[in-house]
Design a protein around this ligand. Structure first.
Ligand SMILES: [Zn+2]
Length: 266
């Protein structure tokens, strides 16, 4: 009996170890498959130019100047100026109180994680003021399992199809109030209980457009999460099993900044 027990334990340990190896192999091969094209990578960032949709009221947002040209100087360089929160960008915790971490201080491990995509295109089509509720998060978990710690949760509203048409993307009413979907405070609380690393969306803001208190910004950034805003078309993203690499500019003291977001597809 004792011997069987011991072998039983050994078998369990061996099984756990091989699962561990297989999982690592799975992740290794996903990364190793990038150069050969075996792993598809989606770039969820927009190219930066002066024709993107700025936040209402921002008058100057991007400028690029040629400093040296091949014709004149034999080489080509430019200088550029831009807002920290323009185009596809990351909000660092320091963007809203009580957050403190600036963009350069975000721990690197927080910038890598499994992508959880919550599809609310149908709801957003019907209601531009739609806010993701906890029921939809729980529904995702019923189908795919509990949201893993360190996940990056992306809200797919379909708003990217309106980009870069400022009128359609901001969707302002006669009073200038914007109307686009976002996370609700309750959903953000639930996701924070899951210990996710960040929240992202394909709109101008994590908070819905009509928000005046930016409640999700205060709560989530205050808890050390970051936000990804104006993410590009996510229509090819699976709801689960893609892996995200989030690479923001390492701007010392920055409240945020332009970010390159890569999704490694399964
Ligand atoms: Zn934001």
């Amino acid at each position: 009996m004792a011997a069987i027990g011991r072998y039983g334990i050994l078998a369990v340990i061996l099984a756990a170890f091989s699962t561990f190896l297989l999982q690592n192999k799975h992740y290794d091969s996903k990364l190793e498959g990038v150069p050969s094209g075996k792993t598809r990578v989606l770039d969820l960032s927009y190219a930066i130019n002066d024709k993107l949709v700025p936040w209402p009221g921002d008058e100057k947002f991007f400028e690029a100047k040629v400093n040296a040209s091949v014709e004149k100087n034999g080489y080509f360089t430019r200088s550029f100026w831009m807002l920290e929160h323009y185009g596809t960008h990351l909000d660092a915790p320091a963007h809203f109180p009580p957050g403190k971490t600036t963009v350069d201080q975000i721990p690197v491990k927080q910038l890598f994680g499994p992508a959880v995509v919550i599809d609310v295109r149908a709801e957003s089509d019907k209601d531009a003021d739609y806010q993701l509720g906890t029921a939809r998060v729980e529904d995702w978990e019923k189908r795919h399992g509990r949201i893993p710690e360190g996940a990056i949760v992306l809200l797919r509203t379909g708003w990217a199809t309106r980009w870069p048409d400022a009128r359609k993307y901001r969707n302002q009413d006669a009073q200038g109030k914007m109307h686009f979907p976002g996370f609700s405070l309750e959903a953000a609380k639930l996701l924070m209980e899951r210990k996710v690393s960040g929240l992202g969306c394909d709109t101008l803001s994590i908070d819905h457009g009509a928000s005046t208190d930016f409640a999700v910004h205060h709560l989530a950034l205050g808890a050390g999460l970051y936000h990804l805003e104006n993410l590009a078309d996510m229509s090819e993203m699976p709801e689960t099993s893609a892996f995200l690499i989030v690479a923001p500019i390492k701007l010392e003291g920055g409240s945020g900044g332009p970010v390159r977001v890569f999704a490694l597809l399964p």
